[in-house]
Design a protein around this ligand. Structure first.
Ligand SMILES: [Zn+2]
Length: 503
């Protein structure tokens, strides 16, 4: 969560347990107490030593039950939310209960039906576990910490299973994505390295605009977008990718936006934290979204680099920095929504509300009623607050939040879980909203080839016509069934060749 405070009502105890957790478990084999032979099938092997992995400790409670401990953020034990680990050496039909016992927060979307993600070697598409197999409660055994327990039935002995808090989106995936964009040789897409992190990962900066806008002396209207300052907030990357994919597409709206605006995008502000599997902090344990006032080039180099660029643009009379949007994910709220600033100038305050209102018309998952404006002291070091104070009255700075879990379409009460595609769709709708904001619709009509009218207010991007990943509403029979379609866990219902088979 963006700004989301770690203040008293939400924060848990400072440490999850007495024993410090040093790192991730590495191919850790759980053997029954007193067992000394070779490991057998069913003696689970846990691993989190991979990119964005996180699992600090495993305690076997009984033959069927395991307590799992999140590894705290590096150099900062206060943050324990993101988990991402694999389990292998399973037995067919082995039923287990996993308890995640050391969350640092008490409020959670698990109360509202959120469920962990799972995939396996033969079913590589991430799926949410059926919510009925997930329990979130205050546990007397763990110092009254809140515990999230889920029941799971392993069904394929050869598979490696992976569980995560939300859809992972790694630094390597991001680099491959940018490489693939670069290979397309688009004359309106530019990638540069703005700096590097403490562990020398790239701080990428993208510029998407018509080459005409980059000629010397050209005046520029700039929209600046950043993401993943909080590394565990993976939906931020999907939204950001949705924005980028749309802006580089041949859609008539994208073409007009490129003519009119210069998009500067730094999609991953905290590459070390992403790589390490942290939830909120950098390698050195800093919440970078609290250090905008005075970032150090040594300790917060990526933030320092982005801030320098923004200040430089602000001081350039040819550049008008019109929008700053920082993309986050929220661990307790539904929908997409925004945080904005409070200004003394009433007119400026009113104008600030225009963009979120327009976005609400374009995106069914975006809620204007959850959008709020504040000037809390604890958020003074956020990008949105700092730049809101720095930039002049024609600039607007927002934090865009999107739920880790779901959205509720207005007029209904059912929560629709977000998919990777739905996050990207929100990004496309964010991009498209600039057209409405700048009233460029008549320009599009002039340049546009006829386009079919879009369903559900969605913008359709010609190049990316993916179907939304299937999500079957869970109707479960028994607590250990992993099958969201309610068929039970009979072997006959499993199609071993279909990668989309539910768990
Ligand atoms: Zn955040």
């Amino acid at each position: 969560m963006a700004e989301g405070s770690q203040s008293a009502p939400e924060a848990g105890n400072d440490m999850g347990n007495d024993d410090a957790i040093g790192g991730n478990v590495s191919k850790y084999i759980v053997l029954p107490t007193g067992y000394c032979g070779q490991p057998k099938k069913g003696h689970l092997i846990f691993d989190a030593c991979f990119e964005s992995g996180n699992l600090g400790r495993v305690d076997q409670v009984s033959e069927f039950e395991y307590d799992l401990f999140i590894r705290p953020d590096t150099c900062n034990p206060r943050f324990r939310v993101w988990f991402n680990f694999t389990v292998e050496n399973v037995k067919e039909s082995q039923r287990v209960i996993f308890n995640i016992v050391n969350f640092s927060k008490t409020k959670s979307l698990y109360r509202d039906g959120m469920a962990p993600m799972v995939k396996s070697t033969s079913r590589p598409k991430w799926q949410r576990l059926p919510p009925k197999n997930v329990y979130y409660y205050r546990c007397p055994d763990h110092r009254k910490n809140y515990v999230m327990s889920f029941a799971f039935c392993f069904d394929r002995e050869e598979d490696i299973y992976q569980f995560a808090y939300c859809y992972p989106y790694t630094y390597t995936r991001f680099q491959h994505y940018l490489d693939s964009l670069q290979k397309r040789n688009m004359d309106y897409f530019f990638r540069e390295q703005l700096g590097q992190s403490v562990q020398q990962r790239k701080l990428d900066l993208l510029t998407i605009t018509s080459p005409d806008n980059l000629r010397e002396g050209a005046e520029q209207k700039v929209v600046f977008i950043t993401g993943r300052v909080h590394p565990g907030e993976t939906p931020s990357s999907f939204v950001c990718q949705g924005i980028i994919d749309f802006l580089v597409s041949q859609h008539p709206i994208a073409r007009v936006l490129r003519e009119y605006l210069v998009f500067k995008i730094a999609p991953m502000l905290n590459p070390d934290g992403v790589y390490l599997g942290n939830y909120r902090c950098s390698l050195m344990g800093f919440d970078l979204n609290r250090h905008w006032l005075d970032p150090s080039p040594w300790v917060h180099p990526t933030l320092h680099g982005v801030k320098q660029l923004i200040v430089q643009m602000y001081n350039d009379p040819k550049t008008s920095l019109e929008f700053y949007i920082d993309i986050h994910a929220h661990s307790t709220m539904m929908n997409g929504f925004m945080y904005g600033n409070i200004f003394e100038d009433e007119e400026r305050f009113q104008r600030q509300a225009i963009f979120p209102k327009l976005l609400c018309q374009n995106a069914e998952d975006f809620s204007y009623s959850s959008t709020s404006f504040n000037r809390d002291a604890v958020k003074a070091g956020t990008g949105r607050r700092f730049l809101g104070g720095l930039l002049d009255h024609t600039s607007y700075c927002y934090t865009l939040e999107v739920s880790f879990y779901s959205y509720i379409i207005s007029g209904t009460t059912a929560a629709v879980p977000y998919t990777e595609e739905a996050y990207m769709k929100l990004g496309r709708n964010v991009a498209r909203t600039f057209l409405d904001y700048y009233r460029l619709n008549p320009v599009v009509e002039k340049v546009a080839i006829p386009m079919p009218r879009l369903r559900n207010k969605e913008i359709e991007v010609p190049r990316r016509k993916e179907k939304s990943p299937p999500y079957k509403h869970p109707l479960l029979r028994g607590p250990a069934s992993n099958y969201p379609n309610g068929k039970g866990d009979k072997k006959s219902s499993v199609n071993h060749k279909d990668p989309s088979t539910p768990f």
